[in-house]
Design a protein around this ligand. Sequence first.
Ligand code: NAD
Ligand code: G3P
Length: 346
Amino acid sequence: MERICIVGAGSWGTALGILLAKSGHSVTIWSIMNEEVEMLNQHREHIDKLPGITLPDNIMVTNNLEEGMSQTGIVVMAVPSKFVRNTAKLVKQYIQPGQIIVNVAKGLEEETLLTLAEVIEEEMPNNPVTVLSGPSHAEEVAKNIPTTCVVGARSKQVAEKIQDTFMSKTFRVYTSPDIRGIELGGALKNVIALAAGISDGLKFGDNTKAALMTRGIAEISRLGLAMGASIHTFGGLSGVGDLIVTCTSMHSRNRRAGILIGSGYTLEEAISEVKMVVEGVNTANAAYKLAQKYNIEMPIIEQVSKVLFENKNPKEAVEDLMLRDKTKEHKEYEMDFNKIINWEEE
Ligand SMILES: NC(=O)c1ccc[n+]([C@@H]2O[C@H](COP(=O)([O-])OP(=O)(O)OC[C@H]3O[C@@H](n4cnc5c(N)ncnc54)[C@H](O)[C@@H]3O)[C@@H](O)[C@H]2O)c1
Ligand SMILES: O=P(O)(O)OC[C@H](O)CO
């Protein structure tokens, strides 16, 4: 059994703490927010974010990071993307050689456009940094609903250690060396989920959502390939798997924010109504900049950015997407299709 420190006591940090404690690991959850620590210790339940789910006895909750991290083998970073660098700077003060870091946040650093594991690696270059991602809403994981994820790591041995630690009869974990692909899929699907929510808010139908999801993963894969990830990762759990759950579930904070925006709320009103982090908002901005940097066409992400930050009418954004220049379905993989029939040779 492992000793594990979870850094961040939001819905995801708390749900993972519950999952790991139920498997018999000894878990400490740390939060920077004193009132959150007090609430968790007093009620043994995250009354705001996971109501009705009791913390097992082998979870300790603290606001003392040094105490929380001492003698642990694994440190799980579960804070929203905008707090990752500063939190990593705090963690760095107490990190010990050999402690494995698992990033479970999904986003990009807006200023640098780095993925979050890259940010953590910059701060703690001497510790193995891994990522755990996939279709996994906290509300379901905390209730032992069967869930699958993938862990990405540079070393197979480290990946397998994290796989063994998290695996349970309700949580199945796969391994992969494609850390960057896993992180890009997990971050960028949140922007597409905002679009899917906006479509639902506009009372469009299943056809529209399927179109956004399919063309969305095409955009994500294009950027991912340009950034050195494997195409296969985007067809996996952290790619299309997470895209499906986030675009279709009422648990999704991104989809819920999108529904509100599509029904006429402002961005600020939508964010404050959802109450938990809506990662797709910051990621939309970063993704749009990455698309420009790598010269990749990402029309859905571009339109979502315009709706969020330039007050563009969502209906107009949809019309602009529908009336883009006509094109082939997989024009970037034309060579593969030429093996079936080469139209140019007709
Ligand atoms: N909730 C999910 O189902 C889920 C699933 C997979 C991944 N994630 C990812 O995990 C990350 C956290 O999501 P969440 O849903 O737990 O968010 P949340 O909004 O529920 O929690 C935010 C938590 O961050 C901590 N925090 C707040 N301010 C802080 C600060 N200044 N510095 C450090 N920590 C601070 C607090 O513990 C707070 O409860 C996000 O990147 C999200 O995309 C969430
Ligand atoms: O609730 P969301 O939209 O932040 O998504 C949470 C997770 O990423 C789902 O896997």
